[in-house]
Design a protein around this ligand. Structure first.
Ligand code: NAP
Length: 281
């Protein structure tokens, strides 16, 4: 029996139990998967609980992806580079940290036939996930990375991180209409990584006309999966751009985590279809 969990705060609306449950059922792996609210600062108590209750591994969401780092016995090199961990596996009593978010996004993009290489990437937002995706874009040899964020300093901090790592010049800015239009005019891959348009937040873009500046073949992705088509994606579809919502990333990062828990590879595309079908129901 594989005993797993997801921790975070808030956690009530997490899709992780459904996604991992569907994947492990498809793989016929007996398992439990708990959803546990762990507030910021409560990681030591949770780790104590996990040890006492024989938890074999757990996924982490806000606000723990960075806070977990000092507690780990071993960190996978890519997770160390991203400065964030979303998967912990217990191996011989040791806490081992991994990050499957980046490869999850890359796999979802590949599934619709697109890639980072040689793309001019524009990212909206500068939170935890952007730190990871911006580094992924550089690792995968994007032609350029532009990060636009409400708080411009946060975009600039990620830009400095990319430049320190070398290999790519990052452009950073705010989210004025002028900055959005200018960035979109030279963009092959647009990634919407803010909660704008997410169900239940009551927040959305006031004006989406900046999307009209995108070159015809630009791919438009939104990390949000609820609703499955945000107004942002609907406008991109209306303009005939290839689009992708956040469900693909959600599923692939979970499948990659399950490969870590199980210590074996499986046919992710076959399991993906079963998980996506279950979520739709
Ligand atoms: P985060 O660390 O909280 O960052 C949120 C970002 O959104 C910040 O840059 C913030 O700007 C910006 N923002 C928030 N409210 C805004 C508003 N009203 N107007 C403009 N900008 C606003 O979150 P995160 O972890 O990076 O996640 C970002 C998004 O990606 C979320 O929607 C999350 O659900 C989604 N996500 C999806 C997946 C998936 O598997 N599909 C995985 C991870 C994340 P400031 O810096 O100015 O505050």
């Amino acid at each position: 029996m594989l005993n797993l969990a997801v921790i975070g705060d808030p956690i009530a609306h997490s899709f992780s139990p459904v996604v991992h449950g569907a994947a492990l059922d498809a793989l016929q792996v007996p398992h439990t998967y708990q959803k546990i609210r762990v507030a910021k600062g409560e990681l030591p108590e949770f780790l104590d609980y996990a040890q006492k209750h024989g938890i074999d591994g757990f996924n982490l969401t806000m606000p723990h992806k960075t806070d977990i780092l000092p507690y780990l016995d071993w960190i996978d090199p890519s997770a160390e580079r991203f400065g964030a961990v979303n998967t912990v596996k217990v191996k011989e009593g040791k806490w081992c940290g991994y990050n499957t978010d980046a490869d999850g996004y890359a796999a979802a993009l590949a599934r619709i036939g697109h890639r980072f290489r040689d793309s001019r990437v524009v990212i909206l937002g500068a939170g935890g996930v952007v730190r990871t995706l911006a580094q992924l874009a550089v690792n995968k040899e994007a032609a350029s990375v532009t990060i636009l964020n409400r708080t411009q300093e946060k975009a600039e901090a990620i830009g400095r991180l990319l430049e320190q790592q070398g290999g790519c010049v990052a452009n950073c800015g705010g989210i004025s209409a002028e900055e959005l239009c200018h960035a979109c005019a030279s963009c092959d891959l647009l990634i919407q990584a803010t909660p704008l348009g997410m169900h239940g937040t009551g927040m959305d873009f006031a004006d989406l006309s900046f999307l009209e500046y995108l070159p015809q073949k630009a791919v438009v992705t939104d990390l949000i999966y609820n609703p499955d088509v945000t107004k942002f994606l609907a406008k991109a579809k209306e303009l005939s751009h290839p689009t992708l919502n956040g469900l693909g990333m959600l599923i692939y990062q979970a499948l990659l985590a399950d490969q870590i828990y199980l210590e074996r590879e499986f046919d992710m595309d076959a399991v993906y279809d079963k998980v996506a079908e279950k979520i739709k129901r």
